[in-house]
Design a protein around this ligand. Structure first.
Ligand code: BTN
Length: 332
């Protein structure tokens, strides 16, 4: 369901979430939100009954110590400090694909920044029609509707932009992610997140874009289908500690909005430079499977529209879309 305006329980939760590890007094909460102390206490009790852990210490106040690992608006909304992204949020326990639903919403006129998020997907899709494993209770699956002021030829910039944002959110979570061109997030050679960007264009501008993001957050090896166990990873597998999914999704949306704002203001160049810094592909020997042909060479750069430049024995090839295979480990 789309998000309704915040109710007082969400406001109390937002206040506690903003304070982080600090205690906030009942008085400060009631003054700030215009509630009685008894009402504050009632909301704290109700939040506890929904799985929030909230310390209450006389003379110090309340402190939020744990949020339940769910992705409903109640968990996500107090954590969002975005102006557009996620301000309208459509949450589902199960859906076929958040991208499919976001596309339908976009066709029906959904606004810039609307987010579809699900706890699990029965038909999660990856690039080139591949399935995207989407078990419940573990990972993050969400799609963002964008209405960028961009001509269709510049749409690939969004793909690289999204990968920079998700890379930043992963690094903030202490996971040393890097980007395989165009937008796979890897740790070492294992994939931790993928992005599927789909769009509809008018002759002059992109009508809508849907950026679908799947991140393996708390998946264990057993959660992956056998054929992926050697090539996929998750935040939990990398750090050894689970990540609260709502916090992580909020961090992704904040990072994505930050890069979208930067892109709207300064164009693609800062995104391109950021992408290069985070790249796992540049400088590597690669094979690219692109439009029915195979290009083998050294990845040397991404150009001003996000195309990959590959130095082969004969020439520099410019690849606009394709699947990259890294041939040797970096520095080998
Ligand atoms: C890829 O690496 O192939 C892209 C994977 C994208 C998966 C996400 S999960 C949320 C959204 N819904 C989908 O059906 N796909 C994307």
């Amino acid at each position: 369901m789309p998000l309704e305006p915040a109710n007082s329980e969400e406001l109390v939760l937002g206040f506690l979430a903003e304070a982080g590890d600090e205690f906030v007094s009942g008085e400060a909460i009631s003054d700030k939100l215009g509630l009685t102390r008894a009402a504050v206490w009632k909301h704290v009790e109700s939040l506890r009954s929904q799985g929030y852990r909230i310390d209450a210490v006389p003379a110090r106040g309340y402190r939020l110590t744990a949020i339940p690992d769910r992705l409903t608006p109640l968990e996500l909304r107090p954590l969002l400090n975005t102006h557009d992204l996620g301000q309208v949020l459509h949450h589902f326990e199960v859906i076929s694909s958040t991208n499919d639903h976001a596309r339908e919403l976009a066709e029906e006129g959904a606004g810039h920044g609307e987010v579809v998020i699900a706890d699990s997907q029965t038909g999660g899709r990856g690039r080139r029609g591949r399935p995207w494993a989407s078990p419940p209770g573990r990972n993050a699956y969400f799609s963002v509707v964008l209405r960028p002021e961009l001509p269709p030829a510049r749409a690939p910039e969004l793909t690289l932009l999204a990968s920079v944002a998700i890379c930043d959110a992963l690094r903030q979570a202490n996971v040393p992610a890097a980007i395989k061109w165009p937008n796979d997030l890897l740790v070492g050679e294992r994939k931790i997140a993928g992005i599927l960007t789909e769009l509809a264009s008018e002759p002059e501008r992109v009508h809508w874009a849907v950026v679908g993001i799947g991140v393996n957050v708390n998946a264990t090896a057993d959660d992956f289908p056998p054929e992926l166990r050697e090539v996929a990873t998750s935040i939990l597998l990398e750090r050894g500690t689970p990540a609260p999914r709502a916090l992580f999704v909020a961090a992704c949306l904040t990072a994505l909005e930050g890069w979208l704002d930067r892109h709207a203001e300064d164009g693609f160049e800062p995104v391109r430079l950021a992408w290069r810094e985070r790249s796992a592909t540049l400088g590597r020997e690669i094979t690219v499977h692109a439009e029915g042909r195979e290009v083998v060479g050294r990845a040397v750069d991404v150009d001003e529209v996000g195309a990959l430049l590959v130095q082969t024995d004969e020439r520099i090839e410019r690849i606009l879309s394709g699947d990259v295979v890294h041939l040797r480990t970096r520095g080998a």
